[in-house]
Design a protein around this ligand. Structure first.
Ligand SMILES: [Zn+2]
Ligand SMILES: [Zn+2]
Length: 641
C-alpha cells in the first residue's frame, strides 16, 4: 500500500500503481469526469499514469491553471491530427499551450495556407474529438524514435530528438496521430467540445532567422460551446474598450514620436479628468492627515547612492544629466521616496510628531525597453499618487488600516467593487536575506494581517513574496470584463530609514528609527486611468467626466439662449460645451453619443421661450423637458452621490 496526501491534508491508502483517475473515482464519479491531469509531488502527470510511491496528489480540472494548460496542449496534438488528415505530408515543429489556448508550428511544404482554411480544420478537430480517443503514453528508445520520424520524413522532430538523452523519450498517440512529447495530456479527446482557430503567423524554426519559416496556427478550445462564445465576446468587448483606442476617440491623451516613446501627452480633456481624480484623492488625504509636498523631477547622484537605487538600478536607468561646469551628475527621479526622506530630516521629530504623512503627486521616469511600452499601462514617465508615512513600529497597524480605508474609498467611488488583496511576507525558511530586525518584521507582518482581517479584506497570503526591505499588501481589482489588474499598494520599508539615518526621539528620550510606509492607492495616474477607461468603456462616472453636458441648439437662433444656460451651469461648477456647428440636430446628437458625453441639452423655440431644456442622457435616452433649475439640482445630486 502507498499513502496519498490530498491538498486538504487528508491521507488515503491505496494499492501501489494506483492512478490519479482511480483516486478521483474513489472520491466521486462527478470529480473523475472533470479530472484533466494531476499534480504528483509538484509535477503535472497524466491522470492515467501509475503512482508507485507515497505521494502528494492534487487533481487538476478546468478550474486549475495547470489543468487548462494541459487541456490546451493536448488540443494542439488534436489540431496536428486534423492537419495531418487534411494535408497529408505536413511536417510538425512544436505545439505548446500558451496563456490562453495553444499553437502548433507546421510546415505545409509548397501548399499555400490561409485563414480561409480554418473552418474546414475546426470541423475536423471536432469530428476527431468526438471519437474520444485516449492519449496513450509510450516510452521509446532513441533509436526507435529516430526510426519512426525518419520513416515519416519529419526533419523537425528529428532535430528535437537529437538533443534528448536516450531513456528520456516518450511518444503520445491519440487516434491516428503519434507525437514526440514528454506530456502530460488529458485522458481523452472527448472533453474538447469547442474549437476556434484564432490566427496564423510565420515563425522561424527554433526562433532562428537563418532557418526555415514555419506556419504558426493559433487556436483555443473549450469544454463547453458556451464558454467559447463567452470568450469570443470578451475579446470583442476588450477591443472596443482598449484604452489606447478610446483615449484617442475621446481625446484624452496622445503620444508623439518627436516627444519620445512612452511619454504620454495629456490632452485638455484627459487633463480635466486627471485633475478631478487628483483633487478627489487630495481632499480625502487631507482629511486623513496627509501633508502635501512638491519635490523636483531630478535628484543628485548622491541621493541615489544613499538610497541604494544607484547601485541597484543605475546601469538600467536613464543615464545621468551632467552640469556643464562642475560635471555634477543628476538623475531623473525614478521614485519620490529619497526626496521625502530628506524632507523628513529637515527638522527634529519626536514620538509625538509621528506619524508624519508626506504626499505628492510625483512624476517619475523609468527606462522601459521600447518593445515593452504599451499605451498608458507601460510608460517611461508617469505620476504616482505617492505618499510616505513615517511612523513608530507600534503605529504600523493603525496606519495600514487607514490606508486600506482610503483605497477602498477610492475603489468605491470609481465602481471597482470586485477586489482582493495579496499580503506578501518573508520566506519563513530563509529569514537572513531580509533587512530589519526579526522583531520588527514579526510586528509588521502581523500588523498587516490583522489590519486586513479587521477591514474584512478578501486576502491571500504569499510567503517569500515580500521585498528584501519589508512586507507589503497589494490590491488586485477585477474589471467589468473579469480581467485582473494590480492597482494600489502599501509597502513597509526598513531599508530607507536606515540608509538615510532617519530618527525620532522616543518617550525614553533616546533616538529611534521610524518605520517608513510607501503607499499609492491608484498606483500611478496613467495606469489607473487606463484601467478605468477599460473598466467603464469610457463612460466615466458623472463627477469625473471631462465634459458633463453638451448644449445642442437646433439652429443659430438659439445660440444666445444656449450661452446663457452654459454660463449658469458653469457657475455651479458643472462643466460642458455648446455645439455651435451648422449641423442637423440628429447629427449633433449622434456625435455627442460617440463622445460619451453624459447629458445632452437640446434647445429650440419651445425651450427658449419657456426657459426649459430638453434632456437626453447618454445610454438612457430622452428624459423629457425641465427647467434649468431642475436639471441643475438633478446633476448636482448625481455628482455628490
Ligand atoms: Zn504533448
Ligand atoms: Zn516610495
Amino acid at each position: 500500500m502507498i499513502s496519498i496526501t490530498l491538498p486538504d491534508g487528508s491521507v488515503r491508502q491505496y494499492d501501489k500503481g494506483i492512478t490519479s483517475m482511480q483516486i478521483a473515482q474513489s472520491i466521486s464519479e462527478g470529480l473523475a469526469r472533470n479530472v484533466l491531469a494531476a499534480e504528483v509531488n509538484g509535477e503535472v502527470w497524466d491522470a492515467s499514469r501509475p503512482i508507485e510511491e507515497d505521494s502528494a496528489v492534487k487533481l487538476l480540472t478546468w478550474n486549475d491553471a495547470k489543468g487548462k494548460s494541459t487541456y490546451w496542449h493536448s488540443s494542439a496534438h488534436l489540431l496536428a491530427e486534423a492537419l495531418e488528415a487534411l494535408y497529408p505530408g505536413t511536417k510538425f515543429g512544436i505545439g505548446p499551450a500558451i496563456e490562453t489556448g495553444f499553437y502548433y508550428d507546421v510546415d505545409f511544404g509548397d501548399e499555400p495556407f490561409s485563414s480561409d482554411d480554418f473552418k474546414k480544420i475546426e470541423d475536423k478537430v471536432i469530428e476527431l474529438a468526438k471519437t474520444k480517443s485516449e492519449y496513450i503514453r509510450k516510452p521509446v528508445s532513441k533509436a526507435d524514435a529516430v526510426a519512426y520520424f525518419t520513416g515519416k520524413g519529419d526533419e523537425y522532430k528529428l532535430d528535437l530528438i537529437k538533443d534528448l538523452p536516450d531513456g528520456s523519450i516518450t511518444f503520445y498517440t491519440q487516434g491516428n496521430f503519434t507525437d514526440l512529447c514528454r506530456g502530460p495530456h488529458i485522458p481523452n479527446t472527448g472533453s474538447i467540445k469547442a474549437v476556434k482557430l484564432m490566427s496564423v503567423a510565420g515563425a522561424y524554426w527554433r526562433g532562428d532567422e537563418s532557418r526555415k519559416q514555419l506556419t504558426r496556427i493559433y487556436g483555443v478550445t473549450f469544454p463547453k460551446a458556451s464558454e467559447l462564445t463567452d470568450y469570443l465576446h470578451l475579446i470583442e468587448e476588450a477591443k472596443k474598450r482598449d484604452h489606447r483606442k478610446l483615449g484617442k476617440e475621446l481625446e484624452l491623451f496622445a503620444f508623439s514620436e518627436k516627444v519620445g516613446m512612452g511619454l504620454p501627452l495629456w490632452l485638455p480633456k484627459g487633463t480635466a479628468l486627471r485633475e478631478r481624480l487628483t483633487n478627489f484623492l487630495q481632499k480625502a488625504q487631507v482629511k486623513s492627515g496627509y501633508e502635501q509636498v512638491i519635490t523636483p523631477h531630478i535628484g543628485h547622484k548622491n541621493l541615489y547612492v544613499t538610497s541604494g537605487h544607484y547601485e541597484k538600478y543605475g546601469a538600467d536607468s536613464f543615464q545621468p544629466i551632467k552640469t556643464p561646469q562642475e560635471g555634477e551628475e543628476f538623475f531623473l527621479k525614478p521614485m519620490n521616496c529619497p526626496h521625502h526622506c530628506e524632507i523628513y530630516k529637515t527638522k527634529p521629530r519626536s514620538y509625538k510628531d509621528l506619524p508624519v504623512r508626506l504626499a505628492e503627486f510625483g512624476t517619475v521616469y523609468r527606462y522601459e525597453q521600447s518593445g515593452e511600452l504599451h499605451g498608458l499601462t507601460r510608460v517611461r514617465g508617469f505620476t504616482q499618487d505617492d505618499a510616505h508615512l513615517f511612523c513608530r513600529p507600534d503605529q504600523v497597524k493603525e496606519e495600514f488600516k487607514k490606508v486600506i480605508d482610503l483605497v477602498l474609498y477610492v475603489f468605491g467611488a470609481l465602481g471597482f467593487d470586485n477586489y482582493t488583496a495579496q499580503v506578501s511576507l518573508r520566506d519563513p525558511n530563509n529569514k537572513t536575506k531580509y533587512i530589519g530586525t526579526d522583531e520588527n518584521w514579526a510586528l509588521a507582518e502581523s500588523a498587516i494581517i490583522e489590519a486586513a482581517a479587521e477591514k474584512n479584506l478578501p486576502t491571500v497570503v504569499e510567503y517569500g513574496e515580500a521585498a528584501f526591505y519589508g512586507p507589503k499588501l497589494d490590491f488586485m481589482v477585477k474589471d467589468a470584463l473579469g480581467r485582473k489588474w494590480q492597482l494600489g499598494t502599501i509597502q513597509v520599508d526598513y531599508n530607507l530609514p536606515e540608509r538615510f539615518e532617519l530618527e525620532y526621539t522616543g518617550s525614553d528620550n533616546q533616538k529611534h528609527r521610524p518605520v517608513m510606509i510607501h503607499r499609492a492607492p491608484f498606483g500611478s495616474l496613467e495606469r489607473f486611468v487606463a484601467v478605468l477607461i477599460e473598466h467603464c468603456a469610457g463612460n466615466f462616472p458623472l463627477w469625473l467626466s471631462p465634459e458633463q453636458f453638451i448644449i445642442l441648439p437646433i439652429s443659430e437662433k438659439y445660440e444666445e439662449y444656449a450661452k446663457k444656460l452654459s454660463d449658469e451651469l458653469k457657475d455651479s461648477d458643472i462643466c460642458g460645451l455648446i455645439d455651435f456647428r451648422d449641423e442637423k440636430i440628429g447629427r449633433k446628437i449622434r456625435d455627442a453619443e460617440v463622445k460619451k458625453i453624459p447629458y445632452m441639452l437640446i434647445v429650440g423655440e419651445k425651450e427658449a421661450t419657456e426657459g426649459l431644456v430638453s434632456v437626453r442622457k447618454h445610454g438612457t435616452g430622452d428624459l423629457g423637458s425641465m427647467s434649468i433649475q431642475e436639471f441643475k439640482e438633478q446633476i448636482i445630486k448625481e455628482i455628490t452621490v
